[in-house]
Write a protein of this length. Sequence first.
Length: 248
Amino acid sequence: MTDLDEGVPHAARIWNYWMGGTDNFPSDRAAGDAVVQVYPEIALMAKYSRQFLIRVVRYLAASAGIEQFLDIGTGLPTMQNTHEVAPAARVVYVDNDPMVIAQAARLLDGAAATYVQADYHDPAAILAEAAHHLDLSRPVAVMFMGVLGYEPDLAVVRAIVDTTMAATASGSHLVLWDGTNTTPSVVEGAKRLAQSGGVPYILRSPAELESCFAGLTLVPPGLTQITEWPAPGSPAYIDAYGAVGRKP
């Protein structure tokens, strides 16, 4: 396993800290606190993003008939992970952080799920490994949950999504949410993250996120705040939008 550098903040561990987890180091907590100082809502975003995942996975498993999930950029285990929300499904988790992979055995504990260490910039490698565990001739839910902001080029993001979805069967679904540049405080928070040594996170407009669903049919209510899918929830405004799209 690759040695862990505790002195450099890492995205998965910072997010784990915001979600109240303990799999993080002082450097991660310092970077996380720098964001909280100007954008305290980040902790709410972390909480609501997990609730969005739970609602989406339940919908896909119960209403859309999805029995396979490819969760790309899953991050460190916290609570109600994809395989726990849909225990009858087969799940492949993908992450490039060695600390995440090291925690895989604890997370899975006999579940019908597996971990793949890979970077989402290499969808071909991800798909090749996923094919050992999933039947890609049948519908699968591909999930990018708050991770594509680490790629600065929207064209690259769209290429990653398009390449991944092109390898899936008709009836597959894309689930994607990401942070948006919709208030000044969240933009300042992204600046503080980069200044503190964290990997820069690119906040996009809702329209830019929606462009990632080109060629797919959006499940109602379409692209919306993650607290509003599939119906209005928390009254708090959250600078994060997401959607579910079905492949024809």
